[in-house]
Design a protein around this ligand. Structure first.
Ligand code: 2ND
Ligand code: ZN
Length: 365
């Protein structure tokens, strides 16, 4: 006889194993760390009270435009220009994600943004990797197991994509697992970076592309069909290619059908999308429709500082809006783990030994 699954409570949600594919290192600092690093480096902040600073980031990022949302990064980037700061931020990132119940995370950042005070790209990567390793050790000492894979981003507005792609290949095997294109989407189509994608494919390296966030279907079409992306960073605007009729039936255009048929992972970041204007509320966010239509949806934070969110709070918001239960949350988590850029054997091991048992225990109460 089957018993009803236990309710999804905040405490159980915190404990259950979570997988995060889309989280920016420079968008996830602790407010108190920004204050301390800025004081030691003479960088002026809007306020030096950590709580007020956290609120400032959230409110300023609540701008309705991706371009203005991105302006808030000036303050985090300013305090991350030396090895000590970079290593500290990376270590705290690993600790915070582990405390949030994340068992596997892909954390991304753009090395080219950390060279203002003389660090070169390779030194940035080595420093961040050492920071992650330290954070993973501290998390283990606190009884939490987390694995982190790093994605290196090239910024759309700069012209260094090829260099960053080479960097990914050079540091593969040291925890760097893939490449991404980030930054303002309008005016910078992904096809500008074709040589970088060709280099990565030639080296059998993985990549994702921020597409379908601030710009719609043409950006997604190009990212997939012209640039060969494996996953879509956000990709939320694929919902523009789905029409829900008066009868409640969804009709998919050819691009939406392709994304679903090919099981292309969507790195959805609901709270971030509310701030940049891609959706009006969580309840109206296309996550609900895309999950119902069986797209390969995953739940992500994007920028924990700017959105004042965590994996637990993002999942809670989706549970509140769409009534998801443990089976749904397990599906989103397995989707994410299957879509990760580490080896399939390693993904399967986490699914079988950590994720499935974790959700079975949560459902049993
Ligand atoms: O959601 C985003 N879309 C595009 N670019 C973004 C987003 N969140 C952060 N970024 C940018 C700002 C960071 O400095 C950079 C690398 O992490 O990526
Ligand atoms: Zn992002």
């Amino acid at each position: 006889m089957s018993t009803a699954a236990a309710p999804v409570t905040p405490a159980a949600l915190l404990r259950v194993p979570k997988v995060l594919l889309h989280d920016h290192l420079d968008g996830g600092l602790r407010p108190a760390t920004v204050v301390e690093l800025a004081a030691a480096r003479g960088h002026a902040l809007p306020t030096t009270d950590p709580d007020a600073l956290g609120a400032w980031f959230r409110e300023s990022a609540d701008s309705g435009s991706l371009e203005r949302y991105l302006e808030t990064f000036a303050h985090t980037l300013a305090v991350m220009q030396d090895e000590a700061a970079l290593a500290r931020v990376a270590a705290e990132c690993a600790e915070d994600l582990a405390a949030d119940g994340v068992v596997y995370a892909e954390v991304r950042y753009a090395p080219e943004l950390f060279t203002e005070r003389g660090l070169d790209l390779d030194a940035v990567v080595a420093t961040v990797q050492a920071g992650f390793a330290e954070g993973v050790r501290r998390a283990a000492a606190a009884g939490r197991s987390i694995r982190i894979g790093t994605l290196l981003c090239a910024m759309r507005q700069n012209d260094r994509a090829l260099e960053v792609a080479e960097l990914v290949v050079r540091h593969r095997g040291e925890g760097v697992v893939g490449f991404d294109i980030a930054g303002p989407e309008a005016g910078y189509p992904p096809s500008r970076y074709l040589p970088a994608f060709a280099l990565l494919r030639g080296a059998n390296a993985h990549y994702t592309i921020h597409a379908g966030e601030a710009f719609g279907l043409p950006s997604i079409q190009e990212a997939i069909q012209h640039c060969g992306t494996e996953r879509l960073g956000h990709g939320v605007r694929i919902a523009d290619d789905i029409e829900v009729g008066a009868d409640g039936r969804a009709r998919l255009g050819t691009l939406a059908a392709y994304v679903r048929d090919r099981r292309i992972p969507l790195e959805l970041c609901p709270s971030s999308n509310l701030q940049t204007g891609a959706a009006a509320s969580i309840a109206e966010h296309p996550f609900g429709l895309l999950a119902e239509q069986r797209f390969r949806v995953t739940v992500n934070t994007d920028n924990r500082l700017m959105s004042a969110c965590s994996m637990t709070s993002e999942m809670q918001a989706l549970v509140d809006a769409f009534g998801y239960g443990w089976d749904d949350l397990r599906r989103f988590t397995v989707n994410a783990m299957e879509s990760a850029f580490i080896g399939w054997d390693e993904r399967l091991e986490l699914i079988e030994k950590v994720i499935e048992p974790g959700y079975a225990a949560a459902a049993a109460g």
